[in-house]
Design a binder for this molecule. Structure first.
Ligand SMILES: [Zn+2]
Length: 86
C-alpha cells in the first residue's frame, strides 16, 4: 500500500506590495552664468538666453569692469584610472 504524502502547499505569498511614496526632486542643473537652478530641459533653453543677457549687461559696464565670458565648466567623470600599481 502506498502512502500518499501530502504535497507541501505552495501558497502564493500574498504580500501586499506597499510602495512608500518616494518624492524624487527633479534633477536640476546649476546655470554656470547666473548660478540659478534649472531643470535639465530648461537649462538648455536658459543658458543661451542667460549668456546673451550676460553679454548685454557686460557691455554696459565700463571696460575696466567688464569680465571675461564665463566658461562652461566641463563635467569630468573620474573613472577608469588605474591606481593600483603593485
Ligand atoms: Zn543663468
Amino acid at each position: 500500500m502506498q502512502t500518499t504524502k501530502p504535497k507541501p502547499k505552495t501558497e502564493a505569498a500574498d504580500v501586499p506590495t506597499q510602495k512608500p511614496p518616494v518624492v524624487k526632486p527633479p534633477p536640476t542643473v546649476v546655470c554656470y552664468i547666473c548660478g540659478r537652478e534649472f531643470g535639465t530641459k530648461s537649462i538648455s533653453i536658459h543658458e543661451p538666453q542667460c549668456l546673451k543677457k550676460w553679454h548685454l549687461e557686460n557691455d554696459q559696464l565700463p571696460k575696466n569692469l567688464q569680465r571675461p565670458e564665463p566658461k562652461k565648466p566641463e563635467v569630468r567623470h573620474i573613472g577608469g584610472i588605474l591606481l593600483s600599481k603593485m
